[in-house]
Design a protein around this ligand. Sequence first.
Ligand SMILES: Cc1ncc(COP(=O)(O)O)c(C=O)c1O
Length: 442
Amino acid sequence: MDVAHVWHPFTQMKEHQLSPPVPVIRGEGADLVLQGGRRVLDGVSSWWTCVHGHGHPQLVDALTRQAATLDHVLFAGFTHEPALELTARLLRRLPPSLTRCFFSDNGSTAVEVALKMTFQAQFLRGERQRTKIGALRHAYHGDTLGAVGVGDLGNFMTAIFRPLLLGCERLAVPDDPRREVGAGTSEVILEEARDALQAYFAEHGATLAAFIAEPLVQGAGGMRMWPPELLHDLRRACDAHGVYLVFDEVMTGFGRTGSFFACVEAGVAPDVLCLSKGLTGGVLPLAVTCTTDALFDLFWGEPGDPRAFLHGHSYTANPIACAVAAASLALFDETPVLERARVLAERLRASWTRLANHPAVRRSRCLGAIAACNLVDPRTGGPRTNLACDGLAIHREALQRGLLVRPIGDCLYLMPPLSTPLDRIDEAVDTLVRCLDLLDDR
Ligand SMILES: Cc1ncc(COP(=O)(O)O)c(C=O)c1O
């Protein structure tokens, strides 16, 4: 049935003729249980969503109770307790300048909302020449057309849609070598990057409505960890040039980088913040785009005033998703999730040094509960020639050995749920070392 009738995401479906999708029957803590009973550690938190582990009893309880009370209601002209409780809990965690929450369904729509919101805000300010968005090289912000327009994965997936995409000016930022583990950690060179940032804003600042960035780590671009100092420079440059600063924390939010939000860790408040994935602990789709009073006030007017933000989705602020998200934030508020995540991060870093010494690996790095490295040819130390096959081979071998990983190009990474038992981290790194040994013995 699956191979005959279902179309999977990011997949060349012909591959499934030889190797059908793997049936998963249950999720338990950090594990997925496959058909037949084999358990695998969810080493990528099911696309970076799962925070507290699968099937967490408090989240299951919140979901079932809310489903039996109010499953859904339109959010235009109506409101409900789960959305209000979630908003109140979020406000306690957000930088204090972010006071308004606009709900949608997933990471891409959180970004679409941010792009439209900032563009319209500039329009309402009379800044009609601001018709472009600024973004980073190697950015990824989702798969809807607006989000693809600000993304820069440079592959076929993005390139063919070029005629449909909005105007975007790119800024390159360097990797932060201070995140590297093992010997040879070097000084970060910031001066050049700072000059490039100034030059970029001098050239494009007057035509940008907003600048969007994934703070501290660019996820799908290859777990690129970049210097927090440049976030401060971005903030100053956006202020100086009248550009809204948007942070996309769809991946980095909810404890992944060690703090609740990467922007809090870096000490930089954006004008707009996009959240999704870990918002519900990874249980249901939901997103929030948060902004300031100053931006919100531009849309304020008499009834019928066309200044209103005319955007919305049928399932905006779905009560079940909001109740689960509120329960997930309650876990952060009432149990030591972040403290536990810091212990996990230390163990991951210590374990990852074993991988750092492998000849097929370069630039092993960690930030919070994210560990990454780049695959190289062990004979030359240069690029590997068949990354797509190598990635698939590592994925398949690791799965056989009880670990789910999905390399992105030459980037091999682990991002397990924050609740993962520490000994499972050591096991996962051992498995990856073994997979790399086998890769070059093939
Ligand atoms: C930083 C970032 N923004 C946006 C998205 C898009 O989220 P979604 O897949 O929920 O649309 C992703 C997805 O990986 C992401 O990593």
